[in-house]
Structure formats: C-alpha cells, structure tokens
Design a binder for this molecule. Structure first.
Ligand code: KIV
Length: 260
C-alpha cells in the first residue's frame, strides 16, 4: 500500500489490514501475505524485551527494529512508533521522526491529541507522514491495571472525538483507535476524513491492527477480548496471516464478542 492510497481505501469502503512486526523474517512473511500496513510498534518493549510496558523503549531500539523491518518490506506501508519521551517538543520530535524515516519508515505514529499540536504541525510542515493514536495510550500505562477501555462515559468519549477531529484538521494521515467502545469508534470514523484503524475498537473502523505475536498465540497469559488467535484454525503462520487479512477485508473481524 502507498501512502496516497489511504484515503482511496476509506472512500471505497475497502478495509485496511495492519499487523506489527519487529524482525526481518516476520516482516517478510507478513508483507508477502498481503497485509497493507506493517507497524513497528513500541509494543516491542513487552513482546521482544519482556518489559511490563512500552515506556522503556528507546529511539535506539526503534531505529534498529525500523531499519530491519523496512528493508524486508516490499509492498506494505511501514509505520514506526515514536517511543515515550521522543516527541516532547517540536524540535526533538522532528529530529527523531527524521531518523525513523531515514531508517526506512514511511510514517511515524505518536500517541495523544491536542497536546501534540505543535509537534504535529512541525512534522506535517516538514512532509513527515503522521499516524495518530487515541483511546488507550499504552505510553501512559505503567502496569497491567492501566489497560482499560477508554471513552465509556459521555464526557471522555467527547474528548476522544474532539481530539480525533483536531488530529484530522492538523493533517494527520491515519488514526489508531485503541480500546474504545464500538459506537464511539463508529462516530469517530464517520466524523474524520482519514482512515481509522481499530484495536479493540469494533468492526466499524476503516481497518484493524493486531500485535502479530498475539494473533499467532505466541503471547502467553490472558489475552484481551479483542485478540483472536488466527493460528488456531490454520496450519501455518502464512495461512494465519492471510486469514487475518481476509477476515478484516470482509468485515468479519472483529466480531461483536471481540469488541466493547
Ligand atoms: O505498539 C503497538 O504495537 C501499537 C499497536 C497496539 C497499535 O501501538
């Protein structure tokens, strides 16, 4: 997928399938299996480094994983997470985002809404493609008790909706919505011009993302309800990834039981 195709997908109602990757082998497999977007998520803090949250991931870590994943991707759009503390002001954010782009990312992702206005303006005016991230913001979560559905009441839902509109007006290209009720994700999706990519946000989003290790059953312990193990019904990892892509494209993932 090219960056210029994002809005065409939304306009045509074509769903966007996204998975995370952190290494070359998995990136190559996921890319060949037809995923539209590969995200080098700072979930690598938990998945690769065994940390309790994403906050210890550094720019050095992100640059390393971005470079090896980007080199392995032929067709997917590559998005790299900006780690905690890497976008505290416009100048720092711009310098760090440029490094991620130089290492092969097509776009950078950062968490938060209007508080990032100056940062986003600096990135957009320097032609850096930006992915927003609202709802549950993992960089604000310190331990597992913080992983909660966001925007359940009227006021907090309104804040998320307002922030989505602000990000859209600032020129953000695409928006991840994490752990929000389906009806809120639906109204955000209908209120913004950019595609929304849900994780625990229901099937009305313009696309879906999962952590690859979660949807292959590699992550141990109790999984959130929005995680489906696609390897349960397939024999190979490639088949599981293809099944994910198909289920997203056909609007069959997530089911209501996998949503809030
Ligand atoms: O870091 C990550 O993998 C993410 C996804 C959960 C969207 O941000």
């Amino acid at each position: 997928m090219k960056h210029s195709e994002l809005n065409i997908f939304k306009e045509n109602g074509q769903k966007i399938a996204c998975l995370t990757a952190y290494d070359a082998s998995m990136a190559k497999l996921i890319d060949s299996a037809g995923v539209d977007i590969i995200l080098i998520g700072d979930s690598l803090g938990m998945v690769i480094q065994g940390a309790e949250n994403t906050r210890s991931v550094s720019m050095k870590d992100m640059l390393y994983h971005t470079e090896i994943v980007a080199k392995a991707c032929k067709q997917a759009l590559v998005i790299a997470d900006m780690p905690f503390h890497s976008y505290e002001n416009a100048q720092t954010a711009l310098a760090n985002a440029k490094e991620l782009i130089n290492n092969g990312a097509n776009m950078v992702k950062l968490e938060g809404g209007s508080e990032n206005t100056e940062v986003i303006k600096a990135l957009v005016s320097n032609d850096i493609n930006v992915c927003g991230h609202l709802g549950l913001q993992p960089q604000l979560v310190v331990d597992s008790s913080g992983y909660k559905v966001q925007g359940r009441d009227k006021d907090s839902a309104q804040i998320i909706l307002d922030n989505a509109k602000i990000l859209d007006s600032l020129g953000v290209d695409i928006l991840v919505l994490e752990c929000v009720p389906s009806n809120l994700a639906k109204s955000i999706t209908n209120s913004v011009t950019i595609p929304t990519i849900g994780i625990g946000a229901g099937k009305e989003c313009d696309g879906q993302v999962l952590v690859s290790y979660d949807m292959l059953g590699i992550s141990l312990g109790k999984q959130p309800r929005f995680v489906r193990n696609f390897l349960n019904s397939e024999n190979t990892i490639t088949a599981a990834v293809k099944a994910f892509v198909l289920e997203v494209k056909q609007g069959n993932f997530p089911a209501e039981s996998e949503s809030y």
